[in-house]
Design a protein around this ligand. Structure first.
Ligand code: ADP
Ligand SMILES: Cc1ncc(COP(=O)(O)OP(=O)(O)O)c(N)n1
Length: 267
């Protein structure tokens, strides 16, 4: 039996709700062996980010090399990449190792407003990494930065998704968490030909720290098992819906989502 394996290249969140920690918990819950290459260590809790400590490009390069030359991940996710040098390096290594199942979560800003990507790195993200992506998963503010378009309506979302596809991403998912408030939340998937919407009830809660990381990690886990992008997003949407609905409720600020809610019937 082949064990599905996924690599996350991202930042560490000491609070455990986002970043590497969210990715590993999600991989584990979905039956996927998780591996990590850490870009930066952050000091975070539910109130915000208290510190960002990037690793050297050399340290990142060696971590990815160690994994690539022995452990053969079936899918690779990127999260917080912090600066242009790290984006350049990851792009080179994705090409070098012929990694086709690349899921790019273009993390820019934490919920509390702290920057997790330097402004000057956006261009590298667009020109170097985005064209290598099988799937890119921006939220609305990230899609606005990447496209230079204002996104309010569904037509705006569709136009932005088309632009991101033209820039080279094979599949684009524009997430709806930042949409104008309604009873539902819809994520829009575009594969270059068709649009598909994934819709669920909106939960009124402040405990949404790490939703984007968790969702992209669930997509990555499913793709590492050989699922299609549409199948992977279907499972990921159920996973994040359960993780938000069954809230854990701790911390004085934006608490983490519940990574074991999706599987809780098994315990
Ligand atoms: N309040 C909510 N209720 C239900 N689903 C949500 C809610 N907020 C976000 N989601 C879902 O969580 C995932 C992440 O969305 P989003 O919040 O837009 O990303 P990010 O965390 O990157 O800002 C998406 O699948 C979105 O539909
Ligand atoms: C280390 C680290 N990486 C990514 C994020 C952003 O996570 P996200 O899932 O977008 O959730 P919020 O920060 O928006 O709650 C992070 N905070 N830390």
């Amino acid at each position: 039996m082949t064990v599905p394996r996924a690599l996350t290249i991202a930042g560490s969140d000491s609070g455990g709700g986002a970043g590497i920690q969210a990715d590993l918990k999600t991989f584990q819950e979905l039956g996927v062996f998780g591996m990590t290459a850490i870009t930066a260590v952050t000091a975070q809790n539910t109130l915000g980010v208290q510190g960002v400590y990037p690793l050297s490009v050399e340290a990142l390069k060696t971590q990815i090399q160690s994994i690539a030359t022995d452990l053969n991940p079936h899918a690779i996710k990127t999260g917080m990449l912090f600066n242009a040098e790290m984006i350049q390096l990851v792009s080179e290594q994705v090409r070098e190792y012929n990694w086709e199942n690349l899921i790019v979560d273009p993390v820019m800003v934490a919920k509390g407003g702290q920057s997790l990507l330097l402004e000057e790195a956006v261009e590298a993200l667009i020109t170097s990494l985005l064209p290598l992506a099988k799937v890119i998963t921006p939220n609305i503010p990230e899609a606005e930065v990447l496209t230079g378009m204002k996104i309010v309506t569904l037509d705006h979302k569709k136009a932005a998704a088309k632009k991101l596809h033209q820039l080279g991403a094979q599949h684009v998912i524009i997430k709806g968490g930042h949409d104008i408030l309604g009873d539902t939340v819809s994520d829009l998937l575009y594969d270059g030909q068709y649009f598909e919407e994934f819709t669920g009830p909106r939960k009124e809660t402040k405990h949404t720290h790490g939703t984007g990381c968790t969702y992209a990690a669930a997509i990555t886990a499913e793709i590492s098992k050989g699922r299609s992008v549409s199948e992977a997003v279907t499972t990921a949407k159920s996973f994040i819906q359960a993780a938000i609905e069954e809230e854990l409720g701790f911390g004085s600020g934006h608490g983490p989502t519940n990574h074991w809610a999706f599987n809780k019937t098994r315990f």
